[in-house]
Design a protein around this ligand. Structure first.
Ligand code: HEC
Ligand code: HEC
Ligand code: HEC
Ligand code: HEC
Ligand code: HEC
Ligand code: HEC
Ligand code: HEC
Length: 424
């Protein structure tokens, strides 16, 4: 979808920027309110620094520094008892030394930040198979990363006492996220969250974050108009733009393909892989967020190519010879005659239709003599029979001819047709 690739539609809407600064302001306020020590190396009078064998050298860090400045505020909303492992509360953090992560790597190796998975994951130096940078989506400041590294290098001391108020775990999502126009839009465009299922559970019924069903009405997952609903008809056509608007549609001809009195109503599966619900494979959570994939393989024009910008080629449906050579452009709706020779076309083009068309049309026969289910004069009277994947032959009631085996039997305009072949 050309428009979405680098265009304005992918830029985070102003509301997000606005909320980010509200969040920042709120954080600064909270920090000064409870004497938050943003730098783990700043001495904090709320805890005593001891370790077996005597007092710590000045400047050495204990897990209390790290818990207060990093682990509790930045990690423990997810890494709590019953939540994501490892538990990163102060008590949990005291047990980190000698623990291994789910992949077998040591979490904290006293004296070596680089051998410690916990450090690698906050520094972003972890291996590809070691998951995401922590915390997901909102990396620590270099000062906090350095604090964690220094604590580990200095021996990962866990003996310390922390008295006084503990900081609150920070929320994962920014302020205002629960507004539909924020998280709903983010689900569709996924500019800030790679995959909601990472934290809300594979089926979105909740894990580190709440179940989506806790607020949404039953059936929302299969309710196609919940996210796509448009205004033209009850099918929800045209689907709203993924950014929620109806103004910048990447494919303006949705409604024309759904509801039209000249052809059957084409299902979404004509041009897309049709999902059955939100989490269907290839639907919302595919690796091309914010972009609708066109896939013709389930429709009449299986061999077609999507050229972008609402244009297609190699279409059966727009074909002059139904061989799959038609083209379509959503800004240029076809007229009768632009796909194949029509009732009003120039006689010199008759030969582009098959077999004995040219001969019969030259003799002045109208289409409805032989395609009576489909047309009357130049008006489509049988939309279900037209551009439906099968050539529809039905002779007008006063034409005593039958068609079969690629030829005709019977008599018409005083000529016997028995044994006549349509195709040479
Ligand atoms: C005749 C083919 C055709 C049919 C039928 C069709 N679509 Fe599309 N749809 C397209 C094309 C082409 C695009 C543009 C894709 C692009 O630009 O990358 C598109 C884009 C979309 C988009 C993205 C809209 C945007 O502008 O952000 C959505 C959502 C969508 N289709 C949903 C549907 C649904 C739901 C149905 C069935 C009700 C449906 N489509 C039926 C061809 C079709
Ligand atoms: C919003 C939730 C969330 C927050 C906040 C978060 N994590 Fe995680 N953490 C996860 C998830 C989900 C995984 C598992 C996937 C992965 O490893 O990427 C994980 C995995 C880990 C692992 C690997 C555990 C293992 O067994 O392999 C470590 C270590 C870790 N996190 C440390 C941290 C640290 C340190 C912080 C804070 C600086 C933090 N996390 C903040 C969600 C979170
Ligand atoms: C705190 C309550 C709450 C939770 C939890 C919640 N939502 Fe929503 N969401 C809403 C409300 C309210 C709306 C507005 C529509 C409605 O009333 O159903 C909305 C709207 C949406 C929309 C926009 C639909 C549209 O209008 O285009 C999407 C998409 C969405 N939510 C996805 C999710 C997903 C995915 C989850 C789980 C990861 C989730 N929501 C969890 C409250 C919530
Ligand atoms: C990295 C983990 C993570 C990812 C990814 C994630 N969430 Fe959440 N979500 C949480 C956590 C944790 C909470 C609990 C409140 C908090 O910490 O912000 C939450 C809460 C929510 C809520 C409740 C509203 C609120 O403010 O409490 C909604 C709605 C929601 N998430 C929607 C989504 C949607 C939609 C996506 C995908 C676009 C998503 N989340 C991706 C972790 C995540
Ligand atoms: C919670 C929101 C939501 C619901 C509910 C939903 N969709 Fe979608 N749908 C999307 C998003 C977002 C995309 C863009 C996909 C992407 O990012 O790749 C999409 C894309 C599509 C497309 C374009 C092809 C594609 O996968 O890219 C079709 C067709 C479609 N949806 C049909 C449906 C149908 C049919 C239903 C009902 C069974 C449905 N959708 C329900 C959000 C939703
Ligand atoms: C978007 C392309 C397109 C347009 C525009 C179009 N047709 Fe067709 N038409 C087709 C296709 C494709 C066929 C091939 C047979 C099929 O699938 O029904 C066809 C077949 C026919 C047939 C043969 C009978 C049949 O049902 O198969 C007649 C007659 C016909 N069209 C008349 C018309 C008339 C009259 C108009 C203008 C009102 C028109 N067509 C406009 C695509 C088109
Ligand atoms: C004398 C009978 C007759 C008349 C008149 C006639 N057709 Fe046909 N048409 C046929 C036959 C027979 C076929 C081939 C059926 C088959 O492929 O099995 C056909 C096939 C078609 C096809 C499929 C493509 C092709 O070239 O085979 C189209 C499109 C079509 N007709 C459109 C029209 C239109 C438009 C008119 C009026 C301008 C018209 N026909 C007039 C008998 C007729």
């Amino acid at each position: 979808m050309g428009r979405k690739d680098g265009g304005a539609a992918r830029v985070a809407p102003p509301i997000i920027t606005m909320f980010s600064s509200v969040r920042l302001a709120a954080c600064l306020w909270v920090c000064t309110g409870i004497a938050c020590f943003a730098d783990p190396t700043t001495p904090n009078p709320n805890y005593t620094r001891t370790r077996p064998g005597g007092p710590l050298p000045d400047g050495d860090l204990t897990v209390c520094n790290i818990a207060e400045t990093v682990l509790i505020p930045k990690c423990s909303a997810c890494h709590k008892t019953g939540g994501q492992t490892p538990d990163l509360s102060l008590e949990g953090a005291r047990l980190l030394v000698n623990m291994t992560g789910s992949g077998g790597a040591a979490l904290v190796v006293p004296g070596s930040r680089d051998q410690s998975l916990l450090f690698r994951k906050v520094a972003g130096t972890h291996a590809n198979n070691e998951g995401a940078t922590m915390p997901p989506g909102s990396p620590l400041t270099p000062a906090l990363v350095e604090g964690v590294g220094r604590w580990i290098d200095q021996g990962a001391v866990v003996e310390c006492t922390l008295t006084g108020p503990l900081p609150m775990p920070e929320r994962h999502h920014p302020e205002g996220w629960k507004e539909p126009g924020y998280h709903g839009l983010e689900l569709k465009l996924r500019t800030s969250e790679a995959d909601c299922r990472n934290c809300h559970g594979a089926d979105l019924t909740g894990e580190l974050g709440p179940s989506c069903d806790s607020c949404h009405q039953e059936g929302w997952r299969k309710n196609c108009t919940f996210c796509h609903g448009g205004t033209d008809d009850t099918s929800g056509a045209p689907p709203r733009d993924l950014s929620g608007e109806l103004t910048a549609l990447s494919f303006r001809a949705h409604t024309a393909h759904r509801a039209d009195n000249k052809h059957p109503s084409y299902d979404c599966s004509t041009c897309h892989t049709k999902p059955t619900e939100v989490t269907s494979v290839g639907h919302v959570f595919d690796d091309t967020p914010g972009r609708a994939e066109v896939n013709f393989s389930g429709g009449l024009s299986a061999g077609a190519t999507y050229l972008g910008d609402g244009r297609c080629s190699n279409l059966y449906c727009h074909g002059a010879d139904i061989g799959g050579s038609g083209t379509g452009d959503h800004l240029a709706p076809p007229t009768c005659g632009s796909c194949h020779v029509g009732p009003a076309s120039d006689p010199s083009t008759y030969d582009s239709l098959s077999g004995a068309h040219e001969k019969h049309l030259d003799e002045g026969l109208t289409c409805d003599r032989c395609h009576a289910n489909t047309v009357e004069g130049s008006v489509i009277i049988g939309p279900e029979a037209h551009a439906n994947g099968a050539v529809d032959i039905r002779f007008a009631s006063d034409v005593p001819v039958t068609f079969g085996d690629r030829g005709c039997t019977g008599t018409c305009h005083g000529e016997t047709h028995s044994g006549a072949r349509w195709f040479d």
